[in-house]
Design a protein around this ligand. Structure first.
Ligand SMILES: C[S@@+](CC[C@H](N)C(=O)[O-])C[C@H]1O[C@@H](n2cnc3c(N)ncnc32)[C@H](O)[C@@H]1O
Ligand SMILES: Nc1nc2[nH]cc(C(=O)O)c2c(=O)[nH]1
Ligand code: SF4
Ligand SMILES: [Mg+2]
Length: 237
C-alpha cells in the first residue's frame, strides 16, 4: 500500500520532545486532517508542494540510500502520518532492519499499527492553532497506548497564556503520561536566524517561568525546538 511522502531526510537529531537529541532519520508524509494556524510544515497539506506515492520498501531503500549505515532510528512525521494505513508495513520493515521507529501525530486518528511504534509523541493542539481537540478521541488514544504498554508522551506547543491553560487541562486529564511543553515558533518564514534564535530563547525563558509558577506543571519537561535553534527555519534538517 503506497504512502504519500513529502521528504525523507537525515541523519539528523530529533529536535523535539521525549527523545530530543536522538540521532534519527525523518520520513515526512503528506496530508493532514488539521490546518493549524501556525503549522511549520504546512507544505504537507496546503497544496504548495507535491508528494510522491511510495511503497514501504521504496521508503526503506531511500532511507538506506541517504542514511547509509549511519542510523538506527526513524521518525515518521507529517502532516498527520496516522492518515495512512500503509505505515504498518513501513514500521515492520524498519524493525526488520533493526531500526527503532518514532511517530509524531496530533492524536486525532487512531491506527492499529500505532502500538508497534517505539516512541509515540501525541501533540494535541492548543487554542492558538484554531483547531478543536476531540477529547473523547484523545481519551481513546491514551487508553489504547496505555493498554499496549507503549512508550508514549504528550507534547503541547505554547504560544500564549490561553495555550498554557489548555496544556494544564491536558496534563491534569492524563497525569500518568509524560508531559512536555514546547515553545511555539511564531516566525516560521523568517530567514534571519540571529533574530529568530534570540526571540525563541526569550519565549523559552517565558515558558520556563510559566511552568515554574504552575503547581500543575511540577512534573513537566519544558523544551525548545532544538533544530530551530541550530538551523532556523531550514527544511529537511
Ligand atoms: C509539523 S507537526 C507533524 C505531526 C503532527 N501533525 C502533529 O502536529 O503532531 C510536528 C510537530 O511540530 C509542532 N509544530 C508545528 N508548528 C510549530 C510551530 N510553529 N512552532 C512549534 N512547534 C510547531 C507540532 O505541534 C508537532 O508537535
Ligand atoms: N530535527 C528535527 N526534529 C524534529 N522533530 C519533529 C519534527 C517535525 O517536523 O515533526 C522535526 C524536524 O523536522 N526536524
Ligand atoms: S496537526 Fe501538525 S501537520 Fe497538521 S496542521 Fe497541525 S502542526 Fe501542521
Ligand atoms: Mg517540524
Amino acid at each position: 500500500m503506497k504512502i504519500p511522502v513529502m521528504e525523507v531526510f537525515g541523519p539528523t537529531i530529533q529536535g523535539e520532545g521525549m527523545v530530543i537529541g536522538q540521532k534519527t532519520m525523518f520520513v515526512r508524509t503528506g496530508g493532514c486532517d488539521y490546518s493549524c494556524s501556525w503549522c511549520d510544515s504546512s507544505f504537507t497539506w496546503d497544496g504548495s508542494a507535491r508528494s510522491t506515492a511510495m511503497e514501504a520498501s521504496e521508503i526503506v531503500a531511500k532511507l538506506k540510500e541517504i542514511g547509509g549505515d549511519a542510523f538506527s532510528h526513524v521518525t515518521i512525521s507529517g502532516g498527520n502520518p496516522a492518515l495512512h494505513k500503509g505505515i504498518d508495513q513501513l514500521v515492520d520493515l524498519c524493525h526488520e532492519n533493526g531500526w527503532k521507529v518514532a511517530i509524531e501525530t496530533q492524536g486525532s486518528i487512531w491506527q492499529e499499527w500505532m502500538t508497534k511504534i517505539d516512541d509515540v509523541t501525541i501533540s494535541p493542539k492548543p487554542p492558538s492553532s484554531k483547531m478543536k481537540t476531540n477529547v473523547k478521541q484523545l481519551d481513546y488514544y491514551i487508553e489504547e497506548l496505555t493498554n499496549a504498554n507503549s512508550y508514549f508522551s504528550l507534547k503541547v506547543v505554547i504560544f500564549n497564556e490561553e495555550d498554557f491553560l489548555y496544556a494544564e487541562m491536558i496534563h491534569e486529564r492524563y497525569p500518568e503520561v509524560p508531559f512536555f511543553l514546547q515553545i511555539g515558533n511564531e516566525d516560521i518564514s523568517s530567514t534571519d536566524d540571529a533574530s529568530l534564535v534570540s526571540k525563541l530563547l526569550k519565549r523559552y525563558e517565558w515558558l520556563i517561568e510559566q511552568a515554574t509558577k504552575s503547581v500543575i506543571m511540577n512534573d513537566a519537561k519544558v523544551l525548545p525546538q532544538l533544530h530551530t535553534l541550530i538551523w532556523g527555519n531550514k527544511r529537511g534538517v
